[in-house]
Design a protein around this ligand. Structure first.
Ligand code: AMP
Length: 114
């Protein structure tokens, strides 16, 4: 989508600190980190949110989670623990309408979040 900020990052039109990329997804550091490690894993194809997923996306979602675990290990936070979040819709505070998985870790976190 031409006006989507994450599509622009994936295309390279907006700079980002990319930590991983393959044919299916791009992972980059959140510009406003909420934890010492805060990485966003974003499918290269535009999907608005979890609400817009179809059966065809099942493998893609599994891949996002699998790569998140690998990045957690790479960041050195796998053993202490981390959190994976898909904010979906207004009540969850989704601000970018391109589905993304937050990988957060590097310090103890409270649950539930506010
Ligand atoms: P959400 O609130 O779940 O939609 O998360 C969107 C996230 O994208 C927020 O944590 C923002 O800080 C992050 N974000 C917005 N613009 C950028 C950008 N240009 N580069 C990296 N992260 C961004």
């Amino acid at each position: 989508m031409s006006d989507c900020i994450f599509c622009k990052i994936i295309k390279g039109d907006i700079p980002s600190t990319t930590v991983f990329r393959d044919e299916h997804l791009t992972a980059f550091r959140d510009i406003n980190p909420a934890a010492p490690t805060h990485i966003l894993l974003v499918p290269n194809k535009h999907i608005d949110s979890v609400n817009a997923l179809t059966g065809e996306d099942e493998q893609l979602v599994g891949h996002l989670v699998k790569v998140a675990g690998q990045l957690a290990a790479q960041e050195g936070i796998a053993e202490d623990g981390y959190r994976l979040i898909f904010n979906t819709g207004a009540h969850a505070g989704q601000t970018v309408l391109h589905i993304h998985l937050h990988l957060l870790g590097g310090a103890p976190m409270k649950y539930p979040m506010g």
